[in-house]
Design a protein around this ligand. Structure first.
Ligand code: ADP
Ligand code: MG
Length: 253
């Protein structure tokens, strides 16, 4: 049995031919707990979506040793529509689709598991609430309950604690630690370096190109953080020059 779940080979991902991440090499070990860190616009979400197969490489490849159904994914909160009229229980039950299919029968056992998952995330009694009526922290608990139900082997989380209260963050970190001790592979985009240093043994630091990837303490060394910031400043300057309304790029009349 191979010990890696995801291998990136010379991976480049582009939007409209503009590369967002460049030439990334490395692999995620089975059972590892990895943080992805880097400045805004560094390509963290792009990398995560590519790791789970939602985006295709422009160059290079992503190799998986597991199937798509083994992956659980939590998008950035901004990418989730909460106006959809659905209850907490039904949202959690979506995590069981992998077993039942979108229109298959929901087994009684799944409903029981959904109740248990809601208990685990501290939302017992919220089953019939509309998701639009929850606080940001409560909604994030619901999404973690859905991941619990999904029972995925690899779990990818995109900024799970942004705009989430401290109490919820602590509770959800406990769930992540539980997944890790179950032997699941967890990869999370995070911006709080204290959280990363406290709970994540591995870190991938990216600023469109890979800055460092390995043991957290080394990956987040002062020199590497400085390098990431310098790389981000360089692309900010580029953005200035390439601004669509800039006289340099505006087409001649
Ligand atoms: P991060 O998550 O690190 O903040 P992203 O992966 O979201 O960074 O974005 C990396 C770069 O790709 C940014 O310059 C962003 O503007 C660009 N980008 C992200 N998504 C899209 C998209 N759907 N279409 C075009 N450009 C995008
Ligand atoms: Mg992002």
């Amino acid at each position: 049995m191979t010990n890696t779940v995801i291998t990136l080979r010379n991976l480049t991902v582009a939007y409209d031919r503009h590369p967002a991440v460049h030439h990334i090499n490395g692999s995620i070990e089975r059972g590892s707990l990895t943080a992805i860190a880097g400045p805004n616009g560094a390509g963290k979400s792009t990398l995560l979506k590519t790791m789970m197969g939602e985006l295709r490489p422009a160059e290079g490849s992503v190799e998986h040793t597991l199937s798509r159904a083994d992956f659980g994914y939590l998008p950035q909160a901004a990418d989730i529509n909460r106006r959809f009229p659905i209850t907490v229980l039904d949202t959690v039950l979506m995590g069981a689709w992998r077993n039942s299919g979108a229109f298959g029968r929901i087994a009684k056992a799944d409903i029981e598991r959904a109740h248990t998952a809601l208990q685990t995330v501290g939302l017992e009694g919220f089953e019939k609430r509309h998701i639009g009526a929850l606080s940001a922290g409560q909604f994030q608990r619901v999404l973690f309950a859905r991941l619990l139900l999904q029972d995925a082997k690899v779990i990818l989380l995109d900024e799970p604690f942004t705009a989430i209260d401290a109490r919820t963050t602590r509770d959800l970190i406990d769930i992540i630690i539980g997944w890790h001790s179950d032997g699941r592979t967890v990869i999370a985009v995070l911006h709080d370096f204290d959280q990363v240093r406290s709970y994540f043994p591995q870190t991938l630091l990216i600023a469109r190109e890979l800055v460092s990837w390995g043991k957290t303490e080394e990956a987040l060394s002062p020199a590497n953080l400085l390098k990431a910031r310098a790389m981000a400043e360089r692309w900010d300057e580029d953005a200035e020059v390439c601004r669509p309304d800039s006289p340099l790029t505006r087409p001649a009349a």
